[in-house]
Design a protein around this ligand. Sequence first.
Ligand code: AMP
Length: 399
Amino acid sequence: MSDKLSLVLNCGSSSLKFVIINPLLEKRYLYGNVEYLGPNKISINWYDYLNNKKKIKHIIKISYKKTINFIFNNILKKNILFNKIKVIAHRIVHGGYEATKSSLIDNKIIKSIKSAILFAPLHNPSHLLGIYESMKICPHLSKKNVAVFDTSFHRTMPKKSYLYGLPYKLYKNYGIRRYGAHGISYQYIVYKTSKIFNKKISKLKIIACHLGNGSSVAAINNGKIIDTSMGLTPSEGLLMGTRSGDIDINIIFFLYECLGISIKNIKNLINKQSGILGLTENNNDFRYIESKYNKNKKSKIALDIFCHRLSKYIGGYITLIDKYLDAIVFTGGIGQNSALMRKLSIKNFSLLNIAIDNDFNNKIINNKIGFINKKNTLPILVLPTDEELMIAKEGINLV
Ligand code: AMP
């Protein structure tokens, strides 16, 4: 089975994860990530499962490209399994209009990722760097690089969900439509939930909430997405760490015309200075607003807005599922860990026979898996996501 080894690279906007994994055995051999510890310092953390060893390396902040090189030369190449890797699978947030499914990376795929930069300006440039450096550092695998797109899973969204109420030619000529995000995570949630419920994916009906620094909700009917809260870009929908989520678009004209803020600064304001950070004025970490919920008014309102919006989306999406619902599933750093958020978001659903059991809810934290609903009510599942496993599965299928 070692002939099925995959290297997964998840080069995010401000994060970087790398995993050596056998997707068929669902076994990890190495997992690492990069943490940004302020303006001048990064920490590269990795866990070598073969030797049961955790390692941390603090280094002075270097460019993203140099960080990728550092990881290959100082960590991956030193791993005894490195030469057995058969595929390098890259997570790509946005495939744009053309790249609709996981593919071996060639010039055409690179062109699609480049042309989708406009739709994912924070992510796609980092993905391209990851691809270029992998091909350079591992020339023997240069034809075995695979792109796995977050947008692929959302391709079955019906037109009534993905079209905006804008002139049709904007969609036809420029691909302006809703694409969704977190598709790889949702794919994993569907795969794993179907196993837990012992039910065919094609029969599974769930509302999945991927709640992390970027957050979204998805209505999944018979294993297929029918609506999701993120749109053309990952800025639409829920309140997020630094992104506003849904706003009246005329606010942008007010900022531009009345306050004289430049377009570049408005982009920055909406994507990097809003959300939880904007409301608290000092912190985008969910742990912070949770710990200060009863002590600090700004933290309370930020958390209340997050839950209020999430409730509206969940409630709305339940109406899109035909007949009955199998479960509501929580995942992502916040979904997996914030019992308070889950309690407040679900508190008004008892009319629909959806209710949280406080004891279970408080126990299923720290990335544990488990049900948190009251007896004889709709299953509510907390399920840690594993995007890397899904990326590796797609990668190995293609080579
Ligand atoms: P992700 O983007 O999925 O890695 O999730 C990051 C978010 O999860 C951040 O806002 C963290 O504050 C939040 N998070 C991580 N651990 C916890 C926790 N124990 N309780 C509440 N939020 C958490």
